[in-house]
Design a protein around this ligand. Structure first.
Ligand SMILES: [Zn+2]
Length: 106
């Protein structure tokens, strides 16, 4: 397991997410439209943005936890059953704390 590479992937993703979340906050903080119709559309957009923001924050937390596991040397080991997480799975989901079986609820 090349944790240096995984760390770089995770850090890049972290920066990308942080930039995106900052933009969402800016969009949500903009001045409200005075017109009622515009306001309805805007609040719909805000819900979508807030949903994206929530998903992004959950992912950020997962990435932080993964970086911590790299630092502790426990990266790539399932947090639930202790099995080694396959490299193929980590390549797709570098921040995952669970092996395939545990993630599937087995
Ligand atoms: Zn497991």
């Amino acid at each position: 397991m090349d944790t240096n590479h995984q760390e770089k992937v995770l850090r890049d993703r972290w920066h990308e997410l942080t930039a995106r979340l900052r933009k969402i906050d800016t969009d949500l903080g903009r001045t409200r439209a005075a017109d009622d119709e515009d306001r309805a559309i805007e609040s719909e957009n805000d819900e979508v943005l807030e949903g994206l923001g929530q998903a992004g924050e959950d992912e950020l937390r997962a990435i932080d936890a993964a970086l911590e596991r790299i630092a502790k040397g426990t990266y790539g080991i399932c947090a639930r059953c202790g099995a080694r997480i396959s490299e193929a799975r980590l390549a797709v989901l570098p921040q995952t704390p669970l092996c395939e079986d545990c993630a599937a609820g087995k």
